[in-house]
Design a binder for this molecule. Structure first.
Ligand code: CUA
Length: 335
């Protein structure tokens, strides 16, 4: 029996060990153990306090417990120990001690919560309105006149105030390396104030179950140098180029189909139910991070969105393969 158990253990080791060690990697895209913004680091600091406090309490308990077990263990022939009932000092002590521990955790937690969700924006802060929809993210830059979806561009080193607004159900905004989670609640505005450290791409994910495609409600924060960010803003503000060839065909189709009822392409349509597509060709993914933004994927998406993303609000438009390809060519031309 023992031989068999150890054989099983030996066989499982190559599976279990990497899996266990994999959980120890710090610098992964969805790791909360690295802070790439002041907000994420503030949360990490609070975690640090909790971890060290827990470790200290564990050590005290383990030492006292070991001593008690050794000192008062049953000995053959020993009389029953003296029985006690009630001990005021002890009872007061074990009420006050946890209250102190909770206080040590609560004070920095509340400080960080208030510091990062204040209504007063730091001077020079960039405001972005974040609207969470089933199942995609809308990002509006009111001062810049830019609207985009699923890919939030931010300049490094500049404070940003994210105004979280919920048009449908409760979602939760979470970029593990930059901070969160903070709920996006219909009928109220929540805020996050943070300053991203350095250029890079930081994946995020809705963190509140919100329906069939909750797991497909991804996003990406692209932190850029201030110069690159300015360039991105200028490109987003510019009118998209006139489509040519199959893309021109696609644009005619776009105008005839139901697309215009839900989507905005500045100068062409003004729908508000789906993502703004004015510069959809400049985004790296479609369907809120579900697929890379390539002609093949976009064509497949247009032919049958629900096959790519269960529950998606966008209907299949009954397009032919050629129509879908032309439409995809048009959308990808919107750089
Ligand atoms: Cu939105 Cu989960």
């Amino acid at each position: 029996m023992n031989d068999r158990a150890s054989a099983v253990r030996r066989r499982l080791l190559p599976v279990i060990l990497p899996a266990a060690l994999g959980g120890c990697a710090f610098d992964l895209p969805h790791s909360t153990a690295v802070g790439r913004s002041d907000f994420a680091r503030a949360i990490l600091d609070v975690y640090g306090i909790i971890v060290w406090a827990s470790l200290g309490i564990f050590l005290v308990v383990a030492v006292v417990l070991t001593w008690v077990l050794a000192r008062y263990r049953a000995r053959p022939g020993a009389p029953a120990p003296a029985q006690t009932r009630g001990h005021t000092l002890l009872e007061v002590a074990w009420t006050i001690a946890p209250a102190l521990v909770l206080l040590v955790i609560a004070v920095p937690t509340i400080q960080v919560t208030f510091r990062t969700q204040g209504a007063a924006a730091p001077p020079g802060a960039l405001e972005v309105v974040v609207r969470a929809w089933q199942w995609w993210w809308e990002f509006r830059y009111p001062e810049l006149g830019v609207v985009t979806a699923n890919e939030l561009h931010l300049p490094a080193g500049r404070p940003v105030v994210l105004r979280l607004e919920g048009p449908d159900v409760i979602h939760s905004f979470w970029i593990p390396q930059l901070g969160g989670k903070r709920d996006v609640v219909p009928g109220r505005v929540n805020r996050i104030t943070l300053t991203p450290d350095a250029p890079g791409e930081y994946p995020g994910q809705c963190a509140e179950f919100c329906g069939a495609s909750h797991a497909n409600m991804r996003m990406k924060v692209v932190v850029q140098t201030p110069e690159d960010f300015e360039r991105w803003v200028a490109a987003q503000r510019a009118a998209p180029p006139e489509p040519e060839g199959p893309a021109a065909e696609g644009r005619a189709l776009y105008g005839r189909l139901a697309c215009v009822g839900c989507h905005t392409v500045r100068g062409v349509s003004a729908g508000v139910l789906g993502p703004d597509l004015t510069h959809v060709g400049s985004r790296s993914t479609i369907g809120a991070g579900v697929l890379p933004n390539t002609p093949e994927n976009l064509t497949a998406w247009l032919l049958d969105p629900a096959a790519v993303k269960p529950g998606v609000k966008m209907p299949a438009l009954g397009l032919s393969e050629d129509e879908a390809r032309a439409l995809a060519a048009y959308l990808l031309s919107l750089k």
